[in-house]
Design a protein around this ligand. Sequence first.
Ligand code: 23J
Ligand code: MN
Length: 268
Amino acid sequence: MSAQLLEALAAALNDGSVETVDLTHTLDPDFPVIVLPPEFGQCARFRMEEVSAYDHRGPSWKWHNITISEHTGTHFDAPAHWITGRDQPQGHVDEIAPGRFLGRACVIDCSEGAARDDDHELTPEAIAAWEAAHGTIPPDSWVLMRTDWSKRSGAAYLNMREDGAHSPGPTPEAIRLLVEERGIRGFGTETVGTDAGQGMHYTPPFPAHHTLHGAGRYGLQCLRNLDRLPPTGAVLMAAPLKIRHGTGSPLRVLALVPRSTDNGEATA
Ligand code: 23J
Ligand code: MN
């Protein structure tokens, strides 16, 4: 059975009836990274240095040395990133079983709210409304919060004000519902954090980090192209680099989706 299933998948990838959507931003020195209050250590931006380019430093080859943080650009958060997850088994990126890197995704469209309010919250009521339309979120799902925030650039992306960043995110109650009642595998956002820009003011502070990682679950941040995913039915592939004792990693996040003409009731 599973051999036929993989054969059917391979054929569908080849004939385009299953499409691959890239949910990844390009690693670029200009792409913003999270900015913490100045008393804390800071995340490094992406940097690239030419080692040789078919020249005296290497006549037949071109290559670069790069600098990144574990939390630069589109990236994965492992349980050990947060103090609540410090004693979780398989809490670092190198320890996570590879089967955890592939799984279903549910996409909750919060783009209307986020367009009206920079501090728009994903609430239990919004999850209930999504489930009324699309069914209960299955156990071990990735839940992706679509805000269209990835279409912002420059200063509008971090959206810093005197009192810190303003960007959407889940309430403590919403993330607890997803983790404790739905048993999700992870939570992904289009912003620099799985938490809202003002997430430090919730109880507990940074509730997505606190609750996800304390339960051994994962985060994805700086996603894009969530508007190209169906609410249900996508398969996500998010495999972080195998950094020894790493707390996260930039990565290529891909989604397998039914060809857009196959969505909805249009086809038999
Ligand atoms: C460190 C401290 C606070 C936060 C973060 C990192 C992230 O969002 C991250 O990249 O995981 S909120
Ligand atoms: Mn992170």
